[in-house]
Design a protein around this ligand. Structure first.
Ligand code: PLP
Length: 480
């Protein structure tokens, strides 16, 4: 494709994207594609000859659009907000268009230094202490893995330079709450600690936040058994209910054992932009690492997960490589992001954040986040007042956890919990099958509930009102 051909096609594509965003409200929120359907629609030999761009666009409309869940729809309340602000989409295009190669500072000085600028902007916007230094990773899962690797290496005084974990005299233990995201156990296992050395600490039955006494007891019992506490992962904003682990206490308890504290605020971290939400993040400055995803609620298009650490020298000691072909005369003066994580090559992801912040501005983002918080409070109030509805967890942010108890299951001494589960799964499927909204059923304390995760960029109060009406009719129609 020549630059001139690109110019024509890109204009068409941009129009197509803008039109899609305008009509997303009319599309079913959940993809109804059957397994294998997309593949079957596109199957055939690899193209030997160029195809017209119009045919590709037609397939996007015909096959791809119906083949994705419309997470930019105002009716999207599933898993977590995964916004893709158009300002950041422009940054993504610029990133690909530049075609820069980020392997060392020298390979693209601007790629490194724009990343330094945006991670520093976001540190300041979040009110984090100046010691934190950040880098952009693909996801919070990768960020957590990096945190577990550096925690392991701190606990073992860089055992990677000797026999690694296999030569350590005592097992190292990692702690997280039973509500931690599945990426946390995954990172612990991949970092070599082993499932036997992962403790999922009990949570408070009302707030679902980690119980610090249980953490303290678990650590004491491990020490008594000859094991060594190496790290704690504190969740600020769990996936299920946005529960907030008590970070100040966790930091204090971890310090008694010299254990690393990683804060996973993947979804909730966006709330740090709001001064009125900062109390949720109290104590975070005492942790060793912190990750959060601007590509969730804040609205920068995937993938811009931030990992901040306070001790960059240790991070670099664990992660650095120094082959001759990557050396330059300025080493030692510049940041080499290859030494801050696992991959060597990096995309110019910082442009997504740079465009997003410059074109939308932090104030507009704050206004939107506040709108979502108010919408969540409104929905929780409606549910609290409606007969048969329960709000199952504190509404710390934009997620509301609901259950509807049909009349025939109310008030009895022994509620048939299996029947209640069946009712929940039934009404949630009816909401989702309507195509007008998408919410996520999830288990909480072993029973099904419905998570309403508000925060799509397009979701206004009227949309939440429509969702509430839809949920009521789906749940009450059969159960009242
Ligand atoms: N941590 C929490 C609290 C999350 O909610 C999620 C995603 O839902 C993750 C981690 C994983 O995020 P990622 O998809 O960026 O790996």
């Amino acid at each position: 494709m020549t630059p001139e051909e690109f110019r024509v096609a890109a204009h068409e594509l941009v129009d197509w994207i803008a039109d899609l965003r305008l009509r997303v409200t009319d599309l079913p929120v959940r993809s109804e594609a059957a397994p294998g359907e997309v593949r079957a629609a596109l199957d055939g030999p690899a193209p030997e000859l160029p195809e017209p761009f119009a045919e590709l666009l037609a397939d996007l409309d015909r096959v791809v659009v119906p083949g994705i869940t419309q997470v930019q729809s105002p009716g999207y309340y599933a898993w977590f907000p995964s916004n893709a602000s158009l300002a950041s989409v422009l940054g993504d295009m610029a990133s690909s268009g530049l075609g820069a190669l980020g392997i060392t500072w020298q390979s693209a000085p601007a790629l490194t230094e724009v990343e330094e600028v945006v991670t520093e902007w976001l540190r300041e916007l979040c009110g984090l202490a100046p010691e934190w230094r950040g880098a952009i990773h693909d996801t919070a899962s990768s960020a957590c893995l990096v945190a577990m690797l550096v925690a392991r290496e701190r606990a073992t005084d860089l055992s990677e330079n000797r026999g690694g974990l296999q030569a350590e005299p005592v097992p190292l233990v990692v702690y997280a709450s039973s509500q931690a995201h599945s990426s946390v156990p995954k990172a612990v296992l991949l970092a070599g600690f082993g499932r036997d050395n992962l403790r999922l600490v009990d949570v408070d039955p009302v707030t679902f936040a980690m119980d610090p006494d249980s953490l303290r007891a678990a650590m004491a019992s491990d020490v008594a058994a000859g094991r060594r506490p190496a790290a704690v992962v504190a969740s600020v904003g769990t996936t299920g209910t946005t529960a907030v682990d008590p970070v100040p206490e966790i930091v204090e308890i971890a310090a008694e054992h010299g254990a690393w504290v990683h804060v996973d605020a993947a979804m909730a971290g966006s709330a740090m932009l709001l001064p009125e939400c900062r109390a949720m993040f109290a104590g975070v400055d005492g942790a060793d690492s912190l990750s959060w995803n601007p590509h969730k609620w804040m609205g920068t298009v995937l993938d811009t997960s931030l990992l901040y650490v306070r001790d960059v020298a240790h991070l670099v000691a664990v992660m650095s490589t120094n082959p001759s072909y990557l050396r330059s005369a300025v080493d030692g003066e510049v940041t080499q992001y290859k030494d801050w994580g696992i991959p060597l090559g990096r995309r110019f992801r910082a442009l997504k954040l740079w465009f997003h912040l410059r074109l939308d501005g932090a104030e507009a983002i704050r206004t939107r986040l506040r709108r979502d918080l108010e919408n969540a409070r409104w929905l929780a109030e409606q549910a609290q007042q409606a007969p048969g509805w329960e709000v199952l967890a504190p509404v710390a942010l934009q997620t509301v956890c609901l259950r509807h108890v049909p009349e025939h299951l109310r008030g009895g001494t022994a509620v048939d919990l299996d029947a209640l589960d069946a009712h929940t799964l039934d009404w949630v499927e009816r909401v989702n099958a309507s195509g007008r909204a998408l919410v996520t059923p999830a288990l909480l304390a072993g029973r099904w509930m419905v998570r309403v995760s508000i925060g799509a960029e397009t979701t206004e109060r009227r949309d939440v009102e429509q969702l509430w009406a839809l949920a009521r009719s789906a749940a009450e129609e059969e159960g009242a």
